[in-house]
Ligand binder design. Structure first.
Ligand SMILES: Cc1cc2nc3c(=O)[nH]c(=O)nc-3n(C[C@H](O)[C@H](O)[C@H](O)COP(=O)(O)O)c2cc1C
Length: 169
């Protein structure tokens, strides 16, 4: 089996956020895709250890903010390599609360989707959350960042908690 074939799969780059009472949190995820058109539904695969997982499970709400190509590595590091258990991720970040009460990121993003969870699938280390889109907006013109661009052009990597993590040979 040549697992390098997995590198040929394409993804985007997103900040997936949620809330728990007044607390806000978000994380980087590349595993976002649209699953149906009528009604519009989105899925995301989230590690069970992540704080974002707990927030989505409890509030049944998540948002997806679409990263622009120019999003700096420092910004991706804050949301993708740190946990909201240790840092207040939204402190100093340009965001707003959506109609669901969960945060959507404005800076470094092109738009967002707000979702209400309709289903979830236990896939072992992760849960796939499926959500119906309750609100959506385009906030800026520009090119979305792809997972390949993040790796090849920006020299980025993904942590072990990412579903698409592949161990270095
Ligand atoms: C490029 C990249 C892609 C990632 N994709 C995912 C993903 O799809 N699902 C996931 O659970 N974690 C993913 N992660 C890891 C989480 O962003 C990371 O574990 C984060 O620190 C969790 O934060 P939290 O504990 O505050 O929720 C990714 C990280 C990076 C840098």
């Amino acid at each position: 089996m040549n697992t390098k074939a997995l590198f040929k799969l394409s993804y985007g780059m997103y900040v997936v956020s949620s809330k728990k009472d007044d607390a806000l949190n978000g994380q980087i995820a590349n595993t976002v895709f649209q699953v149906t058109a009528e009604p519009p539904q989105i899925s995301v695969c989230i590690n069970k250890e992540n704080l974002t997982h707990r927030f989505i499970q409890e509030s049944k709400i998540f948002t997806v903010s679409i990263l622009e190509r120019e999003a700096p590595m420092e910004f991706i590091g804050r949301f993708g390599f740190k946990s909201g258990r240790e840092v207040e991720k939204f402190k100093g970040i340009d965001y707003k609360l959506g109609i669901t009460g969960a945060p959507v990121v404005i800076q470094n993003c092109l738009g967002y989707l707000e979702c209400k969870v309709t289903n979830n699938i236990d896939v072992g280390t992760h849960t796939i959350f499926i959500g119906k889109v309750a609100e959506a907006e385009v906030t800026k013109d520009g090119e979305p960042m792809t997972y390949a661009y993040y790796h090849k052009i920006k020299g980025g990597r993904a942590p072990k908690t990412a579903p698409t993590y592949i161990k270095e040979q």
